[in-house]
Design a protein around this ligand. Structure first.
Ligand SMILES: *Cc1c(COP(=O)(O)O)cnc(C)c1O
Length: 529
């Protein structure tokens, strides 16, 4: 394998010379090896021709550039092709199933995109006078109404910009409520072992200490352990329902009851609302606060870090602490409550500068309206059906972590079926790439050994589910038949093979520093003159 000057594997060999047939150029089918934009160079060129400036540079005084600008001087087609080639290296929900569990990667209807691009939404400035933004405020208000209706909760804070941001919002409401009630000494948050990492991280960020609640053998919160850990020091419990094992917390009403009896609030991580929307209202279960990942449950694209939107529904007890702003009707129209005064006197503050992720609001609202109430119910039913179909088919070769009974929206397997093969969950996932499938979530939740968490969502047709299951079953049979090399060296067919992911995460190279590019004589003269 050859390395380029920044240590990136490139050229022939990078794409898998071990795959049996290596190309001469590093190209693979019609996919080409792609250097960085800066490696394409062209330091002393530009992609456009300008006439010489009429006025000389002296107008700029000491602002005149004395060194090269350091941008690759590429033409439009070169630049365009670079980015299109990069996009071809990335897996996308528009290409195939994206089986990541806990992520809800579902198809995003193009109608949503069309609506979000309407000029009245897309071009609206967040500081525009509210009299000129009535339509946008009405959309926020209607979306809030749907969220309250679907969850059975009386209030919603719309501005948090992701699930984790929503958790922060919910815990800050809880903290404000405890302090207002003279209960500020409550400094502990209880979190089950299987929780998403954001739950304990959020609690710690707010300044709480975190205590783990044990899990039962069938993957649910251990009630006896919860009861033993509750007390006058506990501010809240954070429980995901359905939980990250893809299971419904059967005792959720009892969890709420005993938590309340000990003076703690019940924060529900609602990232998995996809599985119960239209079927179960969290408000009926005793939930005090729950974020909804609009970018999961209600489509809207995500991945790669955003954008998201994580509105938080709140119980009566927490509503008055909700952050500003929010939309109200004042008889003449809609306006925003921005100041912590009057009815907003107890608001804990703000979560963001403006009104939240408007583009996500439009997409989520379009998704809700195009499904209707009955359609949203079917979303949950189909998501659960699809996950159970996968669980049933893959159980022929793989071991479900919780074999008894159906799962909710995601199917969870452990690695006990790989025992004795010399193949790990990671190897298996890498071999999936060679078969044209993005891997599932691996090694999460932590409570399941070598976990493989698969979430198909409701938008996958049966044909795609079968294609996926057929591939995984074939791989599983190969693993059991002793074909270890297929796995331990995989992926063979991807543009890059096994990367040092830990090093990449711990020491990311986020900038590329060229050797100072030499200026051509002609350019040097232009700059000097
Ligand atoms: C995705 C997810 C989160 C975090 O949501 P973000 O929008 O990524 O911040 C929290 N909990 C669970 C269970 C999730 O799946």
């Amino acid at each position: 394998m050859t390395m380029n000057n920044v240590g990136r594997p490139t050229g022939p060999g990078a794409g898998g010379a071990t795959a049996g047939h290596a190309s001469l150029t590093g190209g693979r089918g019609l996919l080409q090896d792609e250097p960085l934009l800066f490696e394409l160079g062209g330091w002393d060129k530009t992609g456009v021709d300008f006439d010489s400036a009429e006025h000389d540079a002296s107008d700029l005084g000491d602002l005149v550039r004395t060194a090269a600008i350091g941008l690759a001087g590429l033409s439009e087609p070169e630049t365009m092709r670079h980015y299109v080639r990069l996009s071809q290296k990335n897996h996308a929900i528009d290409l195939a199933l994206y089986p990541l569990g806990s992520c809800t990667m579902k198809h995003n209807p193009r109608l949503n995109e069309k609506m979000a691009r309407l000029a009245g939404f897309a071009d609206l400035h967040p500081l525009a006078p509210v009299s000129t933004a009535q339509g946008a405020l009405e959309l926020i208000d209607r979306l809030a109404h749907w969220l309250k209706t679907l969850t059975g909760m009386p209030a919603v804070a719309m501005t948090p910009k992701a699930g984790a941001h929503g958790e922060l919002c919910g815990l800050l409401c809880i903290k404000a409520a405890h302090e207002a009630a003279g209960q500020g000494h409550r400094r502990t948050v209880l979190v089950p072992t299987s929780a998403h990492g954001t739950n304990p991280a959020t609690a710690a960020f707010v300044g709480y200490s975190v205590t783990e609640i044990a899990q039962t053998a069938d993957g649910r919160v251990d009630l006896a352990d919860l009861e033993a850990k509750l007390g006058d020091h506990v501010a809240a419990i954070m429980v995901t329902n359905p939980n990250t094992c893809g299971l419904f917390e059967r005792d959720v009403i009892e969890i709420a009851r005993i938590s309340h009896a000990h003076g703690a609030y019940f924060y529900c991580d609602g990232a998995n609302f996809n599985a119960i929307v239209g079927r179960v209202r969290p408000g009926d279960l005793g939930v005090d606060a729950m974020h909804i990942n609009l970018h999961k449950t209600f489509s809207t694209p995500h991945g790669g870090g955003g954008p998201g939107a994580g509105p938080v529904v709140l119980s009566e007890a927490l509503a008055k602490f909700a952050p500003a702003p929010w939309v109200v009707h004042d008889g003449t129209g809609l306006k925003l409550v921005e100041e912590a005064a009057g009815e907003a006197a107890q608001a804990f503050g703000r979560m963001c500068a403006f009104q939240g992720q408007m583009g996500m609001f439009v997409r989520a609202y379009a998704y809700m309206r195009s499904h209707g109430a009955d359609g949203l119910r079917q979303v949950a039913e189909d998501a659960v059906l699809n996950a159970n179909y996968i669980k049933a088919r893959l159980s022929a070769e793989m071991t479900p972590a919780f074999p008894d009974g159906p799962c909710m929206h995601e199917a969870l397997f452990d690695d006990s079926w790989l025992e004795g093969t010399g193949i790990t969950t990671l190897d298996f996932a890498k071999a999936m790439i060679d078969e044209g499938f993005h891997p599932m979530t691996m090694y999460f939740p932590l409570v399941v050994h070598g976990a493989m968490l698969i979430e198909p969502t409701e938008t996958e047709p049966k044909r795609e589910l079968d294609r996926f299951c057929d591939a995984l079953l074939a791989l599983a049979r190969a693993a059991k038949a002793g074909d270890a090399a297929r796995f331990t060296g995989a992926p063979y067919l991807a543009p890059l093979r096994r990367l040092d992911e830990t090093l990449a995460a711990r020491k990311p190279k986020l900038t590329w520093r060229p050797d100072p590019p030499a200026l051509s004589e002609e350019r040097a003269q232009v700059l000097a003159s």
